[in-house]
Write a protein that binds this ligand. Structure first.
Ligand code: SAM
Ligand code: SF4
Length: 475
C-alpha cells in the first residue's frame, strides 16, 4: 500500500521532529463532531483507510452518548470484520532496572534509592525464560531501564540467549524489546540478533508536559526520543512500536500525537508502526499523578475505540496494567495482543509462589495478576482464539498486522490456521483438563468454519502431527 502524504506545518523528513503543538490544538479546537460527520469518518475507517488528524480530532471531541456509541460500535465492527477473534499472547521479562533517568512516574527512576537494582545474569535469565516456557509462553518482550550497561551488544546477547533456551517442548520464538532509544548502529546490532519489534514510547507528545516529567538523564531530550524510531528505520529495523503513557497530559492531544507519529513514519519510510501501546499511568514509588489529566475508565475505553478506527492496520497492545474487567471490554474494540501471567518484579518468574506486589521492587503496580492459564481459559470462554503465532516474522513477512489487513484472505489462509496450531500445542503441553476440553471444542468450531476443503484437510493433518509430538508447524 502506498500512503498518501499529508501536508502539515512541519513537513516530514527523516529524523526531523514533526510535532507542532499549535497545529494539533487547532485541529482539536476546530473539530465539529456532528452525527453525519462521525458516521462518515467511521465508514472511511471501515473501508480500511487510516484517518487523518482532522478526522481523529473529530472523534476525540465527540462526547455525547450517541456519538460514543457510533465510535465504539464502529471499532467493534472493524475488529470483527478485519481481525476476527484472534488474540496474540505475550509476556514481559524485566532484564535490568538500572536507570540513569528520572522519569517522575517510574519506580526505576535514578532518585528512587529504595529500589533494589538488579540486572539478570545469564543463569537467572535462563531460569526465568525456562519458567516462562514451562507455562506455555512463546513470545517475550525484554524490558530495560536506560543505563550504560545495557548496550546494544548486551541486549543482542540477551536475545540470543533467550532464543537458545529450550525447556521440554517449550521455546521462545519471538523476542521483542522495550528499551532506551539507540543509535542507528545500535539498532542494526539488535536487529541482527533477530528481534521482532523494538518499542520506544514517547510517553507524551506534549513537549511541555514531557519536560515536566523528564528532568534529567538522556530521556529529557524530547526531540531525540521523538525521532528515535526513525533511526531504527534507517538501520533497516522496520518493525517498531510506539506508545503513550496516558495520564501524563491531555489524552486528546496524545491520541493525535500517536496519529501524527504514524503518518510521519509512513511519509518518510512508507511503513507505519507495527504496534501501538497505550498504557495508563499506575501507582509508582514516590509519585503522585496530576488528577487533572487522570484518564477515567470510560475515557480509556473510548481511546481504544478511537485508536482502532484511526489506524486500522496497526497492532494494538493491551497490558496487565489494566484490571480484568477493562481488559475484557476493550478486547472487543480491537486490541490484538495482550500479556498474561505477567510478573514485573525482577527475576520473579523463576521464584515460586506469587509474591505480594511491592512498590519498592517494581516499576509500577499491575492490576491483572492472573496466570496465563486463567487468562487463556477466560478468552476461550469468550469465544476468542488465543494465538502464540510467530509465523510471519519467521517467514520474513514483516508487518503482520499490515498483511492481515491489506492482503485479501490473509487471515483465513494464515492467521487463523496458525492460531489454531499454536493453541493446539498449548492445550497438549500446558492446559488444565477443563481448559483443554473447551479449547478443543473451540478449535473444532474454527476449523469447521474454514470454507476451503484443502486448507481444512491440511490443518487437520497438521493437528494430528502435533498430537503425535511434532511442534512448531505453521503456514
Ligand atoms: N526504560 C525504557 C524507556 O523508558 O523507554 C524502557 C522501559 S520502561 C521500563 C517501559 C514503559 O513503562 C515506559 O515507556 C512507560 O511508558 C511505562 N511506565 C513507566 N512508569 C509507569 C507507570 N507508573 N505506570 C504505567 N506505565 C509506566
Ligand atoms: Fe528509566 Fe524507563 Fe523508568 Fe524512565 S521509564 S525511569 S527511562 S526505566
Amino acid at each position: 500500500m502506498k500512503f498518501t502524504p499529508e501536508k502539515y506545518n512541519i513537513p516530514d523528513e527523516p529524523q526531523r521532529p514533526y510535532i507542532d503543538n499549535e497545529e494539533i490544538w487547532s485541529y482539536l479546537d476546530n473539530a465539529k463532531p456532528t452525527t453525519k460527520r462521525i458516521n462518515q469518518i467511521v465508514s472511511k475507517s471501515l473501508g480500511k483507510e487510516r484517518l487523518n488528524l482532522e478526522e481523529v480530532a473529530t472523534l476525540v471531541q465527540a462526547d455525547s452518548p450517541e456519538h460514543i456509541d457510533i465510535i465504539k460500535n464502529g471499532a467493534k465492527l472493524l475488529k470483527e470484520k478485519v481481525y476476527g477473534k484472534r488474540i496474540v499472547m505475550f509476556a514481559p521479562l524485566y532484564v535490568g532496572n538500572l536507570c540513569m533517568n528520572n522519569c517522575e512516574y517510574c519506580g526505576f527512576k535514578a532518585t528512587n534509592k529504595e529500589t533494589v537494582r538488579t540486572t539478570l545474569g545469564n543463569n537467572e535469565l535462563i531460569k526465568n525464560v525456562e519458567a516462562l516456557e514451562q507455562n506455555g509462553q512463546k513470545r517475550l518482550i525484554l524490558v530495560y531501564g536506560e543505563h550504560p550497561r545495557y548496550t546494544p551488544e548486551f541486549i543482542a546477547e540477551n536475545v540470543k540467549t533467550v532464543y537458545n533456551v529450550k525447556s521440554g517442548n517449550g521455546e521462545i520464538r519471538r523476542v521483542n524489546i522495550n528499551a532506551a532509544p539507540l543509535s542507528i548502529d545500535g539498532f542494526r546490532t539488535v536487529k541482527e540478533a533477530g528481534i521482532g519489534t523494538y518499542q520506544v514510547f514517547q510517553e507524551t507528545y506534549d513537549p511541555e508536559a514531557y519536560r515536566k516529567y523528564h528532568k534529567g538523564g538522556k530521556k529529557s531530550a524530547y526531540d531525540n526520543r521523538l525521532v528515535a524510531l526513525d533511526r531504527a528505520q534507517e538501520a533497516g529495523l522496520d518493525d517498531v512500536g510506539i506508545g503513550v503513557l496516558f495520564g501524563l497530559a491531555d489524552w486528546r492531544f496524545d491520541v493525535l500525537g500517536l496519529v501524527r507519529h504514524t503518518n510521519h513514519l509512513e511519509a518518510c519510510y512508507n511503513v507505519g508502526p507495527h504496534t501501538i501501546s497505550f498504557p495508563r499511568l499506575q501507582d509508582a514509588a514516590e509519585f503522585k499523578s496530576d488528577p487533572k489529566f487522570a484518564v477515567s475508565d470510560e475515557e480509556f475505553t473510548r481511546i481504544v475505540a478511537i485508536l482502532r478506527l484511526a489506524v486500522p492496520y496497526t497492532g494494538m497492545i493491551l497490558t496487565a496494567r489494566e484490571p480484568g474487567h477493562i481488559r475484557k471490554e476493550v478486547l472487543q474494540y480491537g486490541c490484538s495482543q495482550i500479556d498474561a501471567g505477567t510478573k514485573i518484579e525482577m527475576g520473579a518468574y523463576s521464584k515460586n509462589g506469587s509474591a505480594k506486589q511491592d512498590l519498592n521492587q517494581e516499576q509500577f503496580l499491575i492490576n491483572d495478576d492472573r496466570s496465563l492459564g486463567e487468562v487463556i481459559d477466560e478468552l476461550i470462554e469468550g469465544d476468542y482464539l488465543p494465538s502464540f503465532c510467530t509465523a510471519c516474522y519467521r517467514k520474513g513477512r514483516t508487518g503482520e498486522h499490515f498483511m492481515e489487513f491489506s492482503v485479501p484472505g490473509f487471515i483465513k489462509r494464515f492467521c487463523t490456521p496458525n492460531a489454531i496450531l499454536t493453541l493446539a500445542e498449548y492445550i497438549i503441553d500446558y492446559a488444565k483438563d477443563d481448559t483443554a476440553e473447551k479449547g478443543w471444542h473451540l478449535i473444532d468450531k474454527n476449523i469447521n468454519s474454514i470454507k476451503e476443503p484443502r486448507l481444512e484437510a491440511s490443518l487437520r493433518m497438521k493437528i494430528e502431527r502435533i498430537k503425535q509430538g511434532q511442534r512448531d508447524l505453521y503456514y
